[in-house]
Design a protein around this ligand. Structure first.
Ligand code: SAM
Ligand code: SF4
Length: 343
């Protein structure tokens, strides 16, 4: 049987976790590799997974198909850097067909933009309409030191290409005390001026990176206070089942999001699960619990075992993460890097 052929639906039961939350959003990491080494995300000398452990593009697609039969309406591809995975546009094209047919509401990606100049037009043609781009500074030297391997001009060119291709771009910035905190207001002005939403994120204790993340931790309550002296921020009701709370900045007219996993936890509305590039299903970004989908995926072309594994995972989805700050230290951290689960 051709693995690309849609498998018979064994169940189309929606995925509802023990807390009554319906799962309709899949974040799929397509690679743990990246062309950057951001200081808060990776150590300089990362050991990556052997290529044989990775799911093939066909397997990733089949997995997405199974999740769609179980009620997933939105898929975000992430990584590592999703656009460095060889052949990725083939997967994006095939998944995009489900957006065009109405089976998916949205297909999107989170990217560092390094490859966007090459791919922006193809992404739009495939049916992608919105993307998230991670960028922590607009200063070239600082950019090189945060990302270790990245070059700012390449990323700015990528963002320009995305906007020109008609993609709606949301920028994500990790707030880093003493590194980019004073620059964030001008980044917001720049982003809003170009019609891009902007979201700031608190750094989270995910994986060993050879640095103490607490040294640069900035509670977003502090940043919000600073920003409110400059601008009028009107609370927005927008909630996407995600962890961000949004405001409209009256003076710029743009949307600004705050993701505050450490200082404020928004897990109660969580509608998502994450699958790694090896087929590990993580029920929470901030907990160790996971269920392996690769074995049931490879064991049979029939999706029954896969469906059962998914049921088991959803039945064990935790209420939320345990990140916090106590005695000047980050607590509730886990060993897994963000690049493994997918951001
Ligand atoms: N490479 C792509 C990118 O950078 O957009 C996608 C993967 S990256 C892991 C996804 C997001 O996770 C990025 O916005 C990055 O800033 C964020 N991230 C990585 N490690 C983090 C950490 N320890 N705390 C908070 N955010 C983190
Ligand atoms: Fe790569 Fe994204 Fe992690 Fe930076 S944040 S090292 S771009 S995966």
């Amino acid at each position: 049987m051709d693995l690309n052929t849609p498998q018979p639906l064994l169940t189309s039961e929606p995925m509802v976790d023990p807390f009554g939350r319906t799962i309709s959003y899949l974040r799929l990491s397509v690679t743990d590799r990246c062309d950057f080494r951001c200081v808060y995300c990776m150590s300089e000398h990362m050991t990556f997974l052997p290529k044989r452990d990775l799911l093939s593009l066909e397997e990733l697609e089949r997995l997405c198909g199974v999740f769609m039969t179980r009620g997933v309406r939105k898929i975000r591809l992430t990584g590592g850097e999703p656009l460095v995975r060889r052949g990725i546009m083939e997967l994006i094209g095939n998944l995009g067909a489900h957006v065009k047919s109405g089976q998916l509401d949205e297909l999107t990606i989170t990217t560092n933009a390094s490859q966007l100049s090459r791919f922006a037009t193809d992404l739009y043609a495939a049916g992608v309409r919105r993307i998230n781009v991670s960028i922590d500074t607009l200063e070239a030297e600082k950019f090189a030191s945060i990302t270790r391997w990245g070059r700012l001009h390449q990323v700015l060119d990528g963002i320009t290409a995305a906007l020109e291709a008609g993609l709606k771009v949301k920028l994500n910035t990790v707030a880093l005390k003493g590194i980019n905190d004073t620059e964030i207001p001008s980044m917001i002005e720049w982003a809003h001026g170009l019609g891009m939403d902007f979201t700031v994120i608190e750094v989270m204790p995910l994986g060993e990176v050879g640095e103490n993340r607490m040294d640069n931790f900035l509670p977003l309550s502090e940043l919000r206070e600073t920003l409110s002296q400059r601008w009028t921020m009107e609370d927005l009701a927008d909630r996407t089942g995600g962890p961000a709370s949004y405001v409209r900045v009256r003076e710029t007219g743009g949307r600004l999001g705050f993701i505050t996993p450490l200082s404020n936890n928004f897990c109660e509305g969580c509608n998502r699960v994450r699958v790694s590039c090896t087929g590990q299903l993580y029920t929470c970004l901030g907990q160790e619990g996971s269920i392996e989908l690769r074995e049931p995926l490879r064991a049979s072309l029939n999706n029954e075992a896969l469906d059962q594994a998914i049921n088991k995972a959803i039945g064990s989805k935790p209420k939320g993460h345990d990140f916090g700050i106590e005695g000047g230290k980050m607590t509730g951290g886990i060993a897994r890097h963000m690049s493994e689960t997918g951001g």
